[in-house]
Ligand binder design. Structure first.
Ligand code: C5P
Length: 217
């Protein structure tokens, strides 16, 4: 059977990554964390003092990185830096470089190559709309802004001293940037199933998605 793709898109802080990983494990697929790819490019730009607004220089950074999935984790140049990437500075920087079309082309091509090699639950902003228009099943995961900020705050507690108010503010800025950019803006694919997770427990969301994928197969 050819590899299958399930897409999960949505705004920041909906718990998409956690949901996508658990759904992937339940289905026996790999988890493709596309946000980690954009974060990796941003992290490498910051490490080398590359101006994030400079499309040409930041694209050169992206072009020189290698991306592989090893046991659900995104390895960039052979290293899993996902903990470093979670920082709020990296979140903001990722959404700045994600607006460069050249960077998107490089990462989208790599995402499609990975989908030729293995079945994926692919999570991001443009997976159902642009990258995998023929995905077997598409979800758009959302939640109320205050719920999303609280989840991110709980997630970062112990790793960062950023306040809930600060997270709510930067999350709104990032969502606005992601939704209004001219290329691959964040929006549900017309054939995506919208799931509001505000009042659902994690295992309820995972069970719902797994059930719907199984129905679609
Ligand atoms: O999902 P995550 O919060 O890790 O994504 C970080 C940023 O990367 C997003 O705010 C968005 O700007 C960008 N991104 C994107 N397309 C994707 C995944 C992430 O533009 N498929």
């Amino acid at each position: 059977m050819p590899p299958i793709v399930v897409t999960i898109d949505g705004p920041a802080g909906t718990g998409k990554s956690t949901v996508a990983l658990l759904v992937a494990e339940r289905l026996g697929f790999q988890f493709l964390n596309t946000g980690a790819m954009y974060r990796a490019v941003a992290w490498h730009c910051l490490q080398h003092a590359v101006n994030l607004q400079d499309a040409m220089s930041s694209t050169a950074v992206a072009a020189n990185l290698s991306f592989h999935i090893v046991d659900h984790k995104m390895q960039v140049d052979g290293v899993d830096l996902s903990q470093e990437f979670r920082d709020d500075t990296i979140s903001q920087a990722a959404s700045v470089i994600a607006a460069h079309s050249e960077i998107r082309s490089i990462l989208v091509e790599r995402q499609r190559q990975l989908a030729e090699e293995m079945s994926l639950v692919s999570e991001g902003r443009d997976q159902g709309t642009i990258v995998f228009p023929n995905a077997t099943k598409k979800f758009f995961l959302t939640a109320r802004p205050e719920v999303r900020a609280q989840r991110r705050y709980d997630d970062l507690r112990g790793h960062s001293d950023v306040s809930y108010e600060q997270i709510l503010k930067t999350q709104q800025e990032r969502d606005l940037r992601d939704m209004t950019r001219s290329i691959a803006p964040l929006q549900p694919a017309p054939d995506a199933e919208v799931v509001d997770s505000s009042d659902l427990e994690l295992d309820e969301v995972v069970n719902l998605l797994v059930q719907k994928v199984e129905q679609a197969q």
